[in-house]
Write a protein that binds this ligand. Structure first.
Ligand SMILES: [Cu+2]
Length: 502
């Protein structure tokens, strides 16, 4: 019985453990862009455990494609230190579709280099991926029972062998067992059983250590806190990174060497902060860009944001290309007057969805094209939106943070949050960081300085078509809200939409 209990405990130690994720409940990476002359769409599904096997689906449009490869490259090793690229296999019956599987052997900030070869030449694109252990795979009960049964069988077998060795083993063939052999055999069987149990106890301790080590390497985002400062009359949101790993720049887990590196501006902003009101309809929402007062504290004016209980999601990107979402709860008091937000890219909103089309203040509309009543979790649901002028013509859009439009997907229980762009779930600056790191970028901040200079020089001249898409699949069932933001002559505008995911 001791053995059974020890085995049960050994197996029970491997239990399910889900932690908050880097992307908050939306672990897959979606990408839409160009590999040289070839338009590429890719989804990278990480296993959530390290080491683990990632599933990569690539869709290439364009003629004459002869080969598609995928290669995982960790930030600080470069392509020279990466395993050779895997050739993605064409998917039968789906022209342009390719599938590859890549092993991620250590946690960290990776890029998946997708290379396309064909008659139009060769093109490569870098897709940033944060490969971190986010969960422990549970021991399935049926597997536990099978292993327990086999373990008991082995134990009984081993004890029987020891007993036989002490009795039959020392008896000449054909002759009867000597007197007292049965007692001697029982003693040896007990001794053998005790030795095996001690071995099992040792194995249990070893296993517990391995498990503790794995748990200490599980991803956890930086801890943060948010408060509202009303001392200056206007309401200022103060968002503070309270995490000791960041304060002391001392990594604890091995992957944290990627998060103690400087922050870099994404679309020119060090932090993109979203506030979602938690207490019911009409929903209130803000997209703010707090300025850093020191490396831990960020402040932004709350403008005309309605009072209420909010959850703040702050997106930051490290120089290593690792992006994180930091979460904090905050209560926003009613404001005295409505001071304007300071940053022209900031926007606050209060209102409720009105189906597939939302009418903006200036009479223009934003429509979710082909919006279904509900969607299946995990199903590819390219979200297409059209902005139309009041007269019904498709609008031309000036860039909002370098893009025609931004979208935030949020499950109303707060467990799923992700910021989408037409190029997918990836951060632009993470892509630049992973693509433009040089072997000479050996000191923290060297690459960050170059990326910051590049962001300043970013051209904002083009205008975009008023129709744009976000590649995405809703990760889990639930009630979702999607906020779409574009820039209009009167400023940044927001349109809310609801979606039920089954
Ligand atoms: Cu932003």
């Amino acid at each position: 019985m001791i053995v059974v209990r020890a085995l049960a405990r050994l197996l029970g130690a491997v239990t399910l453990c889900l932690v908050a994720s880097a992307h908050l409940g939306s672990p897959d990476t979606w990408f839409q862009g160009n590999a040289g002359p070839y338009p590429v769409r890719a989804v990278i599904r990480l296993p959530g455990v390290i080491p683990g096997l990632a599933q990569i689906d690539i869709n290439v449009t364009g003629e004459g494609v002869s080969q598609v490869t995928a290669q995982p490259v960790i930030f600080d090793a470069g392509t020279g230190g990466a395993p050779p690229a895997d050739v993605a296999e064409p998917v039968a019956g789906r022209p342009g579709a390719y599938h590859a599987e890549l092993w991620f052997m250590q946690p960290g900030s990776f890029s998946v280099h997708i290379a396309v070869r064909g008659t139009q030449g060769e093109g490569t694109v870098v897709v940033p991926v944060a490969a971190v252990a986010e969960r422990q795979i549970p021991l399935y009960p049926w597997l536990g029972w099978i292993l327990s049964a086999l373990g008991i069988l082995l134990f009984v077998g081993a004890v029987t062998i020891v007993r036989a060795a002490a009795t039959d083993g020392v008896t000449a063939p054909g002759s009867p067992p000597p007197a007292g052999a049965a007692r001697k055999g029982t003693l040896w069987a007990i001794l053998g059983g005790v030795v095996i149990c001690l071995g099992l106890l040792g194995a249990r301790n070893w296993w517990r250590n391995v498990e503790a080590e794995y748990r200490s390497e599980l991803y956890r985002p930086f801890t943060a806190a948010a408060t509202v400062d009303t001392s200056g009359g206007a309401r200022q949101l103060q968002f503070t990174i309270t995490d000791s790993v960041w304060r002391n720049r001392q990594p604890r887990a091995s992957w944290e060497r990627f998060t103690v590196s400087p922050l870099v501006p994404d679309h020119g902003k060090l932090m993109h902060l979203f506030l979602m009101r938690q207490d019911g309809e009409p929903s209130a929402f803000a997209h703010l860009h707090p300025l850093s007062t020191d490396s831990m504290t960020f402040r932004a004016s709350l403008g005309a944001l309605a009072a209420g209980r909010y959850r703040a999601y702050a997106d930051v990107v490290h120089e290593t290309g690792l992006s994180q979402t930091l979460v904090a709860d905050v209560t926003v008091p009613a404001g005295a007057g409505n001071p304007p937000t300071v940053d022209a890219d900031d926007a606050t909103f209060e209102g409720s969805p009105t189906g597939a089309t939302f009418t903006l203040q200036d009479g223009a509309t934003i429509t979710w094209e082909g919006k279904p009543d509900s969607l299946a979790a995990g199903a590819d649901a390219t979200l297409t939106f059209t902005v139309r002028e009041a007269d019904g013509s498709v609008a031309r859009l000036v860039p909002y943070l370098g893009m025609p439009g931004h979208a935030v997907v949020y499950r109303t229980d707060g467990q799923v949050y992700i910021h989408l762009h037409p190029n997918g779930t990836i951060s632009m600056v993470a892509q630049q960081a992973l693509g433009s790191r040089r072997p000479t970028d050996t000191l923290p901040g060297m690459l960050a300085r170059r990326l910051t200079a590049d962001a300043m020089a970013m051209a904002h001249d083009p205008t975009f078509d008023g129709r744009f898409t976000f590649p995405y699949a809703f990760p889990s069932p639930g009630q979702y809200r999607v906020w779409v933001q574009v820039r209009r002559p009167l400023g940044v505008v927001t349109a809310p939409f609801d979606m039920t995911v089954r």
